[in-house]
Design a protein around this ligand. Structure first.
Ligand SMILES: Cc1cc2nc3c(=O)[nH]c(=O)nc-3n(C[C@H](O)[C@H](O)[C@H](O)COP(=O)(O)O)c2cc1C
Length: 159
């Protein structure tokens, strides 16, 4: 299988995730490359059996660079894709000490559905999706404990 992985990591966590994923795919005998969207042209995407897109979250949505890339992405009809969203872990409100409600958390975690809608509109077909968390106290990382296992389970779904 040939897998093309695109990410829009700002602080390096998403890049770490896709580098780990690439390694998992390669040891299983697959061909996998990853690159930042700033180093890629959405109109000239190489042919692949699977495209993976990984984006950090900004105010609930995928970072602008990834949104713009996906809007322009020239994917063949029926192309397969998988999605990774990196999120800050929910933390207690600094004033009240209360954790956000599930509804509040959901509002700030719309990254996957937004990426999904952009790709579905192109006739592409989703294979898998996953959320990976960074520590919420910094929002910039490091990745929350146990992230490798989450990426391993995601990789297994792709194969
Ligand atoms: C300005 C700003 C806004 C953010 N907004 C959200 C958000 O709405 N939801 C969320 O889950 N994470 C949010 N985060 C945390 C990012 O998801 C986190 O920094 C990112 O996933 C780390 O990935 P990267 O190291 O690959 O850039 C925000 C971070 C910044 C700096």
């Amino acid at each position: 299988m040939k897998v093309e992985i695109y990410h829009a990591s700002k602080f390096g966590n998403g890049e770490k995730v896709v580098a780990y994923l690439q390694g998992l795919l390669v040891v299983k005998g697959h061909q996998a490359d990853f690159r930042h969207v700033r180093d890629a042209s959405p109109k000239e995407m190489p042919a692949a059996d699977l495209y993976v897109f990984c984006a950090p979250t900004r105010m609930g949505k995928p970072i602008g660079k990834m949104r713009r890339f996906l809007k322009k992405a020239a994917l063949p009809e029926g192309a397969k894709y998988a999605l990774i969203a990196t999120h800050g872990e929910a933390t207690p409100n600094k004033k009240t000490g209360k954790m956000p409600t599930p509804e509040e958390i959901e509002k700030y975690q719309q990254n996957l559905p937004v990426m999904d809608a952009l790709l579905k509109a192109k006739g592409a077909v989703k294979v898998a999706e996953v959320k990976v968390y960074v520590r919420g106290d910094t929002m910039k990382g490091p990745l929350a404990e146990g992230w490798e296992k989450i990426v391993e389970a995601f990789a297994a779904k792709l194969l």
